[in-house]
Design a protein. Structure first.
Length: 404
């Protein structure tokens, strides 16, 4: 799944019964990892690296997800769009929204089972905010509505342009919903809700998450959330090994700083992988990307590969590292301007695509070694940014714009 970065969330990323929010738990001491990295590898640039042709689109693309060879969905502003032919044609899926209700986010497990998080109707005078889960088992033909939570003091929940709500399922039965509870510029935290029956019922977890970034789970117990407080990098990686009941912070040792990190993604069926951007000697630009892996339900990250990006003088801020592993050996990795591929678990890299000068990769999702989606964002002349959903069927060498 894709998760939006910068001003808008796309996927790949990115669902309950009233309760009062709990106070944030005491912040634990960061867990230290001391490892010796392998040698960094320079990417091999393919011939004729012409920047992608990205036609502009005016609609706000909030989320998108490839489900299989034919099916996928996109959340375009407040419209849920669906394709049954790999993006050639799209239709609107009817969502049972009440007056004053809006779609805060969604997640589909496959072409039939999916969930939406609905917000509202809210009372802006009394600061009441309401969240509901809509779930479907027939691809959006029918929906069941399940109340999630009613807030009396969630000010951010009243404005979806401020609040950040996310959903993630590690199996068709096990899922989580994250609701931003941050009320000041000097702290970040979120409430977390969990289901073990496919979304039929939800329970609030007793401890708030210490940040509000991208969320992922490898199993019913092992999961992560990334985020930064309160402006600029570095991001933080927080880990849970009890399904979200408690969290601890990941820290890199020996004590060298980093500029950004990406959320962990699945690496095969038994482990996970994430990318960490290290600065140059002046602590100004990114010099090296490190890749860490961890086995399912284990607690020790291992540094397994590195990459010297080209040009390695480019600064990568938070939310600008996008990683997808389609097998143990084949990974795709995008910085803001370049898409890389490795077919030998990071021993060597190839540059397969370059974003236009005024555009950047802001989300990435590959279904297999050939087929993928990317959200490309173009920002020119300090004006509003324009998002375009792109699709490839040749491992990223050629891209075509989709119009969901």
């Amino acid at each position: 799944m894709l998760k939006r970065a910068l001003c808008v969330w796309l996927l790949a990323g990115l669902l309950l019964v009233g309760c009062q929010p709990t106070a944030p738990a005491e912040v634990p001491t960061p867990r230290q990892v001391i490892l010796t990295p392998p040698n960094a590898h320079l990417p091999t640039e393919t011939t004729a690296l012409v920047p992608m042709v990205v036609p502009p689109q005016s609609q706000l693309i909030r989320q998108a997800q490839l489900l299989d060879q034919a099916h996928g969905w996109a959340l375009i502003e407040q419209s849920l769009r669906w394709t049954d032919d790999a993006g050639r044609h799209w239709r609107t899926v009817a969502v049972p929204l009440a007056a004053g209700q809006s779609i805060a986010g969604g997640f589909f497990w496959d072409a039939t089972r999916g969930w939406l998080l609905l917000n509202g109707p809210n009372d802006r005078v009394k600061y009441y905010a309401y969240f509901t889960i809509a779930r479907t088992s027939d691809g959006g033909g029918h929906w069941q509505l399940i109340p999630l939570v009613n807030y009396a003091d969630c000010y951010n929940c009243l404005d979806l342009s401020i609040g950040i709500e996310r959903m993630y399922f590690s199996s068709p039965a096990q899922g989580w919903v994250q609701i931003n509870r941050t009320e000041t510029m000097n702290s970040l935290h979120a409430d977390l809700f969990v289901t073990a029956d496919g979304g039929a019922s939800w329970q609030p977890l007793p401890t708030t998450i210490p940040t509000t970034g991208a969320m992922s789970f490898a199993s019913g117990s092992q999961g992560w959330v990334t985020g930064a407080c309160c402006v600029g990098p570095p991001d933080e990686l927080w880990e849970t090994y009890d399904g979200g009941h408690s969290w601890q912070q990941f820290a890199v040792k020996p004590p060298h700083s980093y500029q950004a990190l990406g959320p962990p993604v699945p690496l095969g069926t038994a482990s996970s992988l994430f990318a960490l951007a290290l600065p140059d000697a002046q602590n100004t630009y990114v010099d090296t990307i490190e890749f860490y892996s961890i086995a399912r339900d284990q607690r020790n990250w291992q540094r397994i590969a590195t990459l010297v990006p080209a040009p390695h003088s480019l600064f990568y801020g938070a939310d600008m590292l996008h990683l997808q592993a389609v097998s143990q050996d084949t990974w795709f990795f995008a910085t803001s301007d370049r898409l890389y591929q490795t077919r030998d678990a990071g021993a060597s890299w190839q540059t397969v695509a370059v974003a236009p000068a005024t555009a950047a990769f802001v989300e990435l999702q590959f279904r297999d070694a050939l087929h993928g989606l990317s959200l490309v964002q173009r920002c020119e002349n300090n004006g509003p940014c324009i998002d375009t959903l792109m699709q490839t069927s040749d491992a990223g060498q050629r891209w075509a714009a989709l119009a969901p």
